[in-house]
Write a protein that binds this ligand. Sequence first.
Ligand SMILES: [Fe+2]
Ligand SMILES: [Fe+2]
Length: 300
Amino acid sequence: LPSPQDADPSEVYRPEAGAEHGKLQTDYRNYTAGPLLDRVYNTYLLMHTHQTVDFVRKKGAEYGACAQRRMSIMEALDLLDNVVDESDPDVDFPNSYHAYQTAEGIRRAHPDKDWFQLVGLLHDMGKVLALAGEPQWAVVGDTFPVGCRVQESVVFSDSTFHDNPDTKNPLYNTEYGIYQPHCGLANVLMSWGHDEYMYQVMKFNNFALPQEAFYMIRFHSFYPWHTGGDYMHLCSSEDLRMLAWVKDREWEQGGGWGRGQAPWLRVSVWGLALARRHTWNCCTHRKPWRASPVTDMGQH
Ligand SMILES: [Fe+2]
Ligand SMILES: [Fe+2]
C-alpha cells in the first residue's frame, strides 16, 4: 500500500479498486492465517504478558485525570493519520481513514442517529495513546478483564499468558477472581487500551452523548464478551441491555465500510462537517462538551 502521505485514499480504498473488494464479513478477524499474522500475534503476546491488575491501575491513574494535553477532536483525528493498528489483521492503513469510514457505515445503517455516527468517528480516537509513547500492546487489540481467570474466547489465550504474573496469583486466577457475581462491567478492571482511555476522556469532558455511546466506546474491543459470549458471570442486567448496542457490528464491520471500502473524499468531507457540528474543545479540556447547532459548523 502507498504511504498515507502520498496515497489518494479515494483511489486506493474505493470499493471497486483494491484488495478489499469482495471480502466477506466472515473474512475479517482471521487470526489463523494472513500476511499480518506475525505482527498481530506478537502484539497479543506482549499484551497478555504485561496487562496485569497493577498495570491497569497504574495507567488509569496516569491518564484518568486528563491532565497531560489539550486538543480538539479535529486535532486528535488528524493525529490518527499517523497511527496504524498492529493488532488488526485486516487494517493496514491509518486509523483516521478507519474513523471516517466507520462513521460512514453507521450513517448508511442509521441515518437518523447522528450521535451513533459520531460514535463511529470517535471510537478509536484513544489510539492517540500510541503517539504519546505507549506501546501498541497498551493501546490496541481486543480487551479482557484483569483480576480473574482468562476465558477461552480471548484470542490466543492458550499460548500467550504463560509469563503474565497475575496467572500465578491465586487471588486473580479463579473464575470470579477479585469480583462478585454479576457485579457489573463498570466495576471490572479491563485491560488498558484505547477503549478505556477514550471512555475516560468522554466522561471527564462530560460529552453530551447517550449512555449507549459511552458503552459502545468503552467495550467495543471486548470481543470475548460481545462476540465470544464469555464473562457473562460478571455482567449486570444493565450490561446485558447494552450488549445489543455494542454488538451492532454494522458500525465497524458491516459491509466492510469501516475496513477500507468507503469512498474516502466524500466521506471525509461529510465526517469533518459532522465533527465540527458536534464537537468543540474536547479530549483533555475541562470545558463541558456539548452538541452544538448547525450554525456552529464553522468552528470547533
Ligand atoms: Fe475501530
Ligand atoms: Fe477500536
